[in-house]
Design a protein around this ligand. Structure first.
Ligand code: FAD
Ligand code: UDP
Length: 391
């Protein structure tokens, strides 16, 4: 059966990649149809108010951060910002630790006050000298030595990826900073903030700005292809799925999220530990590296959103193997996975009228700002190729 609809661009996926491209192409006058098989926009960055009234990040915490002025300028057309210094803790041996590793962590380890000089000297002794760390174990032991690596990284990574840090790219654990000062912030980027009213409101404003854009939720790629012929396809789903798993599925890691809400009155036993009323834990995120604990982290996003209410919600993240049909949350940054991806990349290169962008289609462990920059660049390329359409 021939599709009866016609659009200039058919865009699969209404996450950051799909919506940014769609907004830019619509601004250039092109007719865009965006479909997503989920029942909401925003992809994994989707946030929503739960039954307790708490604004939660449904697919894991999404800490927006970037060094790109271009990305901030673009998103600021659709949202104001709530500045946040994301600080987290690690829970090991029955106590909370400052994390990422910094001078405060070192003092907690020593059980007495110290100095940056003393800590730098200690690290110089502990560090395993490795010129070019080739994997996630080497990148951490070359900075902090084996003891702190084993305490905070080895088992967390085993749980999260079901792979040893030696079998993962250096960039995986290497993205966690190590500092000899007292900077407790989890991230190092210059701009760290959340959209003032949440990601979903920001996405809604992007859609509202995109004149003539058609959005269909609860619709998959196959059905979309049966409904619309298009001049160009933008695909932001998984590359192996696009090619019907011709070479077998790429490795992914998945997650199960378990939410628990507490009314203000139910927090009496926890508030002292949290350090302030209305909260369950002392930071937006607490990591649990120990193997006996089945989850990797607990997130209480109200710390970061700044929402004021008595109730709160925590979400535990349980890593799990990925099965076909489930959400492939994480591509696996490892040499064997990259090699498998290269075979699909060759197939993708033979599709001139399809753009493959986003975290899944490019099989990259990318943050939101990197995906936004990629989508802006792709939109510029497409406008250069097809021109702008006068209204
Ligand atoms: P997605 O958000 O995955 O969107 C793709 C969309 O395409 C989905 O809605 C999906 O349903 C749809 N789709 C896929 N295939 C099909 C199909 N065949 N048919 C129809 N629809 C389809 N980034 C940060 O910057 N900071 C963070 O703190 C952070 N935390 C994260 C925590 C977790 C647990 C995860 C999983 C990711 C995190 N990220 C974070 C990364 C961030 O989610 C991504 O960079 C960003 O959402 C990628 O956008 P995307 O559009 O490429 O993909
Ligand atoms: N990691 C770790 N211990 C921690 C935090 C992170 O070993 O307490 C490692 C782990 O391998 C993780 C990676 O560092 O997957 C990146 O951590 P991040 O918090 O950035 O992961 P994400 O938010 O992307 O899941």
């Amino acid at each position: 059966m021939q599709p009866d609809g016609r659009t200039d661009f058919l865009i699969i996926g209404a996450g950051f990649a799909g919506l940014v491209v769609a907004e830019r192409l619509a601004a250039a006058g092109w007719k865009c149809v965006v479909v997503d098989r989920r029942l909401h926009i925003g992809g994994n960055a989707y946030d929503a108010t739960d039954a307790a009234g708490v604004l939660v990040h449904r697919y894991g915490p999404h800490y927006f951060r970037t060094n790109s002025a271009q990305v901030v300028e673009y998103l600021s057309r659709f949202t104001g910002w709530h500045a946040v210094a994301y600080t987290i803790k690690s829970f090991v041996g029955g106590r909370y630790w400052s994390f990422p590793i910094n001078l405060n962590t070192f003092e907690e380890y020593l059980g007495r006050p110290s100095s940056s000089e003393e800590f730098a000297g200690w690290l110089a002794q502990a560090r395993v000298p490795i010129q070019d760390p080739a994997n996630s174990e080497e990148v951490i032991i070359s900075q902090v030595g084996r003891e702190l690596y084993e305490l905070f990284f080895e088992n967390y990574t085993l749980k999260q990826w079901r792979r040893h840090p030696r079998e993962l790219d250096a960039s995986v654990c290497g993205r966690i900073p190590v500092r000899v000062n007292r900077d407790n912030r989890y991230l190092t980027e210059t701009f760290q903030a959340l959209p003032e009213r949440g990601f979903t409101v920001m996405f809604e404003r992007m859609l509202a700005a995109a004149r003539g854009l058609e959005l269909h939720l609860g619709m998959g790629f196959q059905e979309a292809c049966q409904r619309w012929r298009c001049g160009h396809l933008v695909f932001t789903g998984a590359l192996d799925e696009y090619f019907d798993y011709r070479y077998g599925p790429l490795p992914y890691r998945s997650l199960r999220f378990e939410a628990e809400s507490f009314a203000g009155g139910q927090l009496a036993g926890r508030e002292a530990m949290a350090g302030k009323p209305g909260f369950w834990q002392p930071a937006v995120q607490v990591n649990y590296p120990e193997l006996e604990v089945p989850y990797t982290r607990i997130v209480e996003i109200k710390h970061a959103t700044g929402q004021e209410l008595d109730a709160t919600t925590i979400i535990r993240e349980y890593p799990k193997d990925w099965q076909r049909g489930e959400e492939p949350y994480y591509p696996v940054p490892a040499p064997d996975a990259h090699a498998a991806y290269q075979r699909y990349l060759k197939l993708a290169a033979a599709e001139p009228n399809v753009s493959f962008i986003g975290r899944l289609a490019t099989y990259r462990y990318y943050n939101m700002d990197q995906v936004i920059a990629m989508a802006l660049a792709e939109a510029r390329k497409l406008v250069a190729r097809y021109g702008a359409k006068s209204p």
